[in-house]
Each structure stands twice: as C-alpha cells, then as structure tokens.
Ligand binder design. Structure first.
Ligand code: FES
Length: 158
C-alpha cells in the first residue's frame, strides 16, 4: 500500500488538508500519555508527533517519559528506547548514529536537527519532536525525501 504524504507545520494547531487521506478539518490532537517507568528518579518527558495515514485519523502528539538513568545521552537514544521498550509502533529513520548519513533529521525543540547529535540535556523541559517541517510526511517522523536527492543519470554513475 502506498502512503500519500502530507506537509505539516510544527506548533501550528490547525493543519490544512494537503492529502486526500487527511480529514478536511485535520488538527494535531492530544494523543496518548504513555505510563512512566517505575522507580525512575531522573525522568524526561518527550512529546512526539504521530501520524499514521492508514488509520484515517488526524495527527496526534503522544507523551512518553524516559528514565534518563537507563538512556543514552542523545535524542536518538531516547527514540530508540521508546521504540524498543514502550511503543514499537513509533516510526523514524536512523542509520549511522554518528551524524553522517542525515537519516535521523527531524524537528527537535523547534529546530531542524540530527537526532543522533542532539544532547537531551541541552533541551529544557519536555522535548518536542516533529518531522522535518519542510517535507511531506509519510508516517510519524519519516519525511518523504523522494525529491531531495535528484536521480543521477545512468551516464554519470561510473
Ligand atoms: S543516524 Fe546518521 S546522522 Fe543520525
């Protein structure tokens, strides 16, 4: 099944429908508050944009609480921890984890950033995460990069 991407504007309450799959009055709604891990003493809250075009529902912001004593220092570490231990449906890209490939680019705390190079400790309060604000969204934090990298003509491939 193909996904029809749509564009979002972070921190904008009302989203114009840019896809036939989004409801006409689509808005980012409040999502699920996932339970906090027990016995955690250093907790950081993450608010993460969720959108599944197959659901037929508007995007939502889910809230997750991360035990910083069990998590690596980077925002990408927290996303991986969420996916592995709290919510396996969270979708994002990542590859090198060294700030090289750019696949984990997303909007973190209001700025487009590489999640594997952004320290959690540098973000005051809850961490707000959206997909890149300049591209259509395929699902959750995954943007449609179809037109980012123009195809290379066969004759230039060596
Ligand atoms: S995973 Fe490659 S830049 Fe973050």
């Amino acid at each position: 099944m193909t996904h029809t991407p749509h564009r979002i504007l972070p921190r904008v309450a009302h989203l114009p429908a840019r896809s036939s799959r989004l409801p006409d009055d689509s808005r980012i709604r409040k999502g699920k508050q996932w339970p906090q891990s027990q016995n955690a003493t250093r907790v950081k809250e993450f608010h993460i944009y969720r959108y599944d075009p197959d659901s037929g529902e508007s995007p939502r912001m889910d809230a997750y609480c991360i035990n910083l004593d069990r998590c690596g220092p980077m925002v990408l570490d927290a996303l991986i921890m969420i996916k592995n231990e709290i919510d396996s449906t969270l979708t994002f890209r990542r590859s090198c984890r060294e700030g090289v490939c750019g696949s984990c680019a997303m909007n973190i705390d209001g700025t487009n950033w590489i999640a594997c190079t952004r320290f959690i400790k540098d973000i005051p309060g809850a961490v707000e995460i959206y997909p890149l604000n300049s591209m259509p969204v395929i699902k959750d934090l995954v943007p449609d990069q179809t037109h980012v990298f123009p195809s290379t003509p066969q004759s230039n491939r060596g």
